[in-house]
Design a protein around this ligand. Structure first.
Ligand code: HEC
Ligand code: HEC
Length: 211
């Protein structure tokens, strides 16, 4: 019952329900750290710097964004999860809303060890879309929301800089196919559907090298 109420409030207020500042003072992060070190560690590293490129880096990501994702991996009231991923669905099934807030805050406070770009040509193509978009295809500049250096805007736009290319590539394709549909006002689905595979690859490589 309590959980249902909290989620209902969450859905209504969207991002703003979880003010990291407020949580900082009232949360004991001991439990979150323990869950991170015993459970999340296998795929994301204990400090959120995932050792493999299939698993996203969580370190230094905005707490509100992390909390939103954790709640959205769970199917609520037998409706399918808006962010469909079997692994994270099972990971979050055992967590309480309080645990998720604690984990979101814990990972947001860790230092990110960024990935790096690998291909100069891809980087140049990615940079152009990142900064200017693609006018002919109606693709806006990514920098407009995620910031010039990809650091995002806490509570609104996630940080992308230094994220693994493989993970970014998959997310853009998931938005495009609507496999992932938890973006407010279809912001990322409407962009994803205009991106070609080549553009996605270029953006993912450029983003890995962003600082
Ligand atoms: C068995 C591997 C595995 C474990 C263990 C795991 N995760 Fe994940 N996690 C993943 C994968 C894979 C994804 C990417 C899902 C996708 O593609 O949508 C992910 C995605 C996430 C995301 C979304 C990140 C983003 O940038 O949107 C968050 C937040 C997250 N995990 C938190 C956690 C927490 C907290 C724990 C521990 C309670 C945990 N994960 C345990 C594999 C794992
Ligand atoms: C109008 C604002 C806006 C623009 C422009 C925008 N994004 Fe996003 N993006 C968002 C929002 C909001 C989210 C978070 C969705 C959610 O809550 O899950 C997001 C999420 C993402 C994610 C998922 C991050 C993760 O950790 O899983 C990726 C990757 C991404 N955007 C890439 C891009 C790229 C590349 C571009 C340019 C082609 C772009 N975005 C342009 C608003 C925007």
């Amino acid at each position: 019952m309590i959980r249902t109420t909290a989620l209902a409030v969450l859905t209504t207020l969207g991002f703003s329900v979880f003010a990291a500042e407020e949580v900082k003072t009232t949360f004991d992060l001991t439990k979150a750290k323990k869950i991170a070190e015993t459970v999340c560690v296998a795929c994301h590293g204990a400090d959120g710097n995932s050792p493999t490129s299939a698993n996203p880096i969580l370190a230094a990501q905005g707490a509100d964004y992390l909390f939103k994702q954790l709640t959205e991996f769970r199917a609520v009231d037998s409706k399918p999860a808006v962010r469909n991923n079997p692994i994270m669905a099972s990971m979050t099934a055992a967590l309480t809303v309080e645990d998720m807030k604690g984990l979101a805050l814990y990972f947001s406070q860790q230092k990110r060890k960024p990935a790096s770009a690998t291909d100069e040509k891809l980087v140049a193509a990615g940079k152009s879309i990142w900064r200017k978009g693609d006018f002919d295809k109606g693709i806006p500049a990514c920098a407009g929301c995620h910031g010039p250096t990809g650091s995002g805007i806490p509570a609104q736009y996630p940080s992308l800089s230094g994220q693994y290319a493989e993970y970014t590539d998959l997310q853009l394709k998931n938005f495009r196919s609507e496999e992932r549909s938890n973006d407010p006002e279809r912001m990322m689905r409407s962009i994803g559907e205009k991106l070609s595979d080549k553009q996605i690859k270029a953006l993912a490589d450029y983003i890995a090298g962003l600082r």
